[in-house]
Design a protein around this ligand. Sequence first.
Ligand SMILES: [Zn+2]
Length: 303
Amino acid sequence: MLGKSDTMQRMSYRVVLCALLCWSTAAAADVRVVATIFPVADLVRQIGHDAVEVTTLLPAGASPHTFEPAPEQVRAVAQAAVFVEVGAGLDTWAEKLRTARSGPLAVVTLATGLPLLQAAPEHGDPHGGEQHGGDPHVWLDPILVRDHCVPAILRALIQADPGRQAVFQQGASDLAAALTRLDTDMRGALAAVTNRNYVAFHAAWRYFGKRYDLREVGVVESFPGKEPSAREVAALIEQARAAGVRAVLIEPQFTPRMAEQIAHDIGAHLAVVDPLGGPDLPGRSHYLDLMRYNVQAFVKALQ
Ligand SMILES: [Zn+2]
């Protein structure tokens, strides 16, 4: 029969064992990375594989343009070693989270060092004022991702864990090759499209359009999350008719009502394009798949 003290001893032994196991897991710790949006988080995972633990700050279904962080985002940032944001006004809410944090943190701002396109010139900057000024949607151009974003993420991961340099370099070079194949496939998919004019839901596709020779004739919401006035809608319809627009884009993060009405009025197709994707969305759960999904949506709507 076991005495009370034996039971206690066994219990405390278990506690010690558990503590040791937990500690050894922590000792072989992955690099903790926080990324503001899902597609960027996925790029980090493709580079770091098992050596990184990546948290996405923006919850599924939310838009970075209208998001307000909660305590769980504050906690995630507090534990991170690397912080990856887009910048150019897209995720200013994240800037506040990381500057409030103490301790060393490698910060990657993807838009930094890139020649940024103008943000919505006809209505000023929809992404938060003159101090930013540029269009932040750089991740929607796979070649900018390959040549600028991937190297920037790679540098930060190596800085955070120099011992895994070879692993990270291999991941980055595999991803770069996959992005090159993606670009070739996207060009192939769009080759037969003759009418290349579209109306966007918000001005997210200008880098994408510049790379693949597609033209944004206008946008439904100049300020994402704010419905356009009747006068703006009338002007957009006129522009779209004059340009022979056949495709109006909608996005899962915003209500499609106004875009549906405009598409109906001008006799255009609606295309669901998704700048963000997410881990639980079939066909959009990795950056590469998300971009293949988007190019197919463009092709289908523009035909
Ligand atoms: Zn956007």
